[in-house]
Design a protein around this ligand. Structure first.
Ligand SMILES: Cc1cc2nc3c(=O)[nH]c(=O)nc-3n(C[C@H](O)[C@H](O)[C@H](O)COP(=O)(O)OP(=O)(O)OC[C@H]3O[C@@H](n4cnc5c(N)ncnc54)[C@H](O)[C@@H]3O)c2cc1C
Ligand code: SF4
Length: 515
């Protein structure tokens, strides 16, 4: 059996970032990835292939609490979900690390404070080449360094939106973007600034994803090995149950075993919980790291709404994700609890609407889908989803995932929508229509949109109420770590990837010391 110093299971925002950080140490590192390399092909940028045929959504079946099967929006590739992500690379707010009172209850405090993660946020922004501007967003947490790259400029319609928001008394800011765009030297820029970014793979490898900026640089070191088609199915422990001894892997259909001094699980929040739960043994009858009964619980994925507003003029923007607005993050003049973050989402294209007629809107007949796409300005509204023990991932004997979920903060989500809608008249947009994009886009069941999944192995200081300790090591095992979005005790209302990356670097430093 092959023995390594470290095995990392999963190569997404958590695992890929950690691999690159550990690679220069010279330690023998094995990366196990159930997926393959995402093929570079013209389909990467074909809207129909990506949004209608779901070419890059991995075939998996999960079940909801009523036993209904659904296909989750998961992406099993080298680089994980970051291959398809929108690369909006936000830090959590400083206040998100403390206790925050919400409409539906308390968002709990983290066992570490913002200041402890800050140096790693800075490093993560450098590793992932984030473009942004400090000082524009009033909710921005303190930072020890400027963004490594200047903000991505707004295209004219979004610049007008920024100006109109400012004139209405708001504080829009340049959103932090992970794209390798060099506007000062377009001929040498890796990124060509296109419309097919958010939700698409990048054909020219210009998106700051965990394959391009995590796994590939790690593999430049001779001590790092990657196996694709390598699905971890079970972790086995020594007899005392104190250490993981074997990682059992389905390697392209045949069972293999690997062993390492340190085993890191980074399969994404649902699949990391699944792997721990299905590794139950006599010493850990409810699953590894699960003496607290927290593994799989507290599943969060943001109360998000994708909406489009109709601009009076056509919106010719290609890359739309350049603007953010956090004026409602902690509430509003008339609302005393947090509402959330407003940002742009990739520009609507008629092909995304699957040729459906509008179902839930009362648009006049002249609003064909093509015309609607031309005038669309697309927003992504995110309200914090609170951790609830009953919102959870469970696994049956055959390894099937059930996702039991009840929405939290629905009223806050509605209020955030109302706030944005009330602004439209001042933004040169049709004041009557802020249209839910799921009315047009395929989204059969809301919990299938699990892009921002988190929370299933929360970290904490108390082994009775958390699965992981402050270093993201399982309380009950001396060599098992979980380094992906599973460790989040709360999710805030900004996108999670940069926090997963920063935490992977923090745990990486701990592992470098330990090794
Ligand atoms: C369309 C889309 C848009 C998004 N946009 C943004 C955005 O703009 N900003 C942002 O911050 N976040 C965004 N996200 C979310 C972001 O991508 C995730 O939060 C982040 O990738 C999570 O990192 P992770 O390490 O937890 O999991 P992942 O990145 O999903 O990585 C998990 C990896 O583990 C592998 N794996 C799973 N099970 C096993 C197993 N048993 N054995 C071996 N390997 C396994 C998977 O194949 C995968 O490679 C988006 C996500 C999607 C899908
Ligand atoms: S905008 Fe840039 S990073 Fe995004 S898909 Fe296009 S070329 Fe790639």
């Amino acid at each position: 059996m092959d023995r390594y110093d470290v095995i990392i299971i999963g190569t997404g925002a958590g695992g890929g970032t950690l691999a690159r950080h550990l690679a220069p140490s010279g330690k023998r590192i094995l990366l196990l990835e159930r997926g393959d390399w995402l093929p570079r092909e013209l389909d990467n940028w074909l809207t129909e292939s990506v949004f209608v045929d779901n070419r890059y959504v991995s075939p998996d079946t999960w079940y909801d609490r009523d036993g209904r099967a659904f296909q989750p929006g998961v992406h099993y590739y080298v680089g994980g979900a970051t291959k398809l992500y929108g690369a909006a690379l936000y830090r959590l707010r400083k206040e998100d690390f403390g206790e925050l009172r919400h409409r539906d209850g308390i968002s709990p405090a983290w066992p570490i404070q913002y200041d402890e993660l800050e140096p790693y946020y800075t490093l993560a922004e450098q590793r992932y080449q984030v473009h942004g501007a400090r000082g524009e967003d009033p909710t921005e947490p303190p930072a020890s360094a400027p963004y490594p790259h200047p903000p991505v400029s707004h295209e004219p319609r979004i610049q007008q939106l920024a100006d109109d928001l400012a004139a209405a008394g708001h504080q829009p800011f340049h959103a932090p973007c992970g794209i390798m765009l060099d506007e000062s030297s377009p001929a040498f820029s890796t990124c060509i600034r296109c419309a097919n970014c958010d939700g698409f793979p990048c054909l020219v490898h210009a998106k700051s994803d965990a394959e391009v900026l995590g796994v590939r640089p790690a593999l430049e070191q001779p001590n790092v090995t990657l196996l694709t088609g390598a699905k971890a199915t079970r972790l086995e422990t020594n007899e005392a149950g104190t250490s993981v001894t074997d990682v059992v892997v389905d390697l392209n259909g045949s069972e293999e075993r690997f062993t390492a001094d340190v085993v890191v699980v980074s399969c994404g929040a649902a699949n990391s919980a699944k792997l721990l739960l299905q590794s139950a043994n006599d010493r850990h009858p409810d699953g590894l790291a699960n003496g607290s009964d927290q593994v799989g619980r507290n599943y969060m994925f943001h109360d998000s709404t994708a909406v489009l507003a109709l601009s009076r003029e056509e919106n010719e923007t290609a890359y739309q994700k350049t603007l953010g607005l956090n004026d409602f993050y902690f509430g509003a003049d008339d609302v005393e609890y947090p509402l959330g973050n407003v940002q742009m989402v990739g520009k609507s294209q008629a092909a995304m609407f699957r040729g459906e007629r509008p179902r839930e809107t009362r648009l006049a007949p002249e609003w064909t889908l093509e015309r609607m796409a031309k005038h669309a300005i697309d927003f992504w509204l995110s309200t914090e989803d609170l951790p609830r023990p009953d919102n959870r991932v469970t696994v049956d004997r055959d390894g099937n995932i059930t996702l039991t979920y009840t929405e939290t903060n629905a009223e806050a989500k509605r209020q955030l929508y109302g706030k944005v809608k009330s602004l439209l008249g001042k933004l040169d947009m049709n004041p009557d229509h802020l249209i839910h994009r799921f009315a047009y886009m395929k989204n059969d069941i809301p919990i299938a949109g699990c892009a921002h999944q988190a929370g299933t192995c929360r970290f904490g200081t108390d082994p009775a109420t958390s699965a992981l300790d402050v270093s993201c090591k399982a309380h009950e095992l001396d060599n098992l770590y979980v380094v992906d979005t599973s460790f989040f005790p709360s999710i805030g209302a900004v996108n999670p990837a940069l926090t997963a990356m920063a935490n992977a670097l923090r745990v990486g430093d701990h592992l470098l010391e330990r090794l």
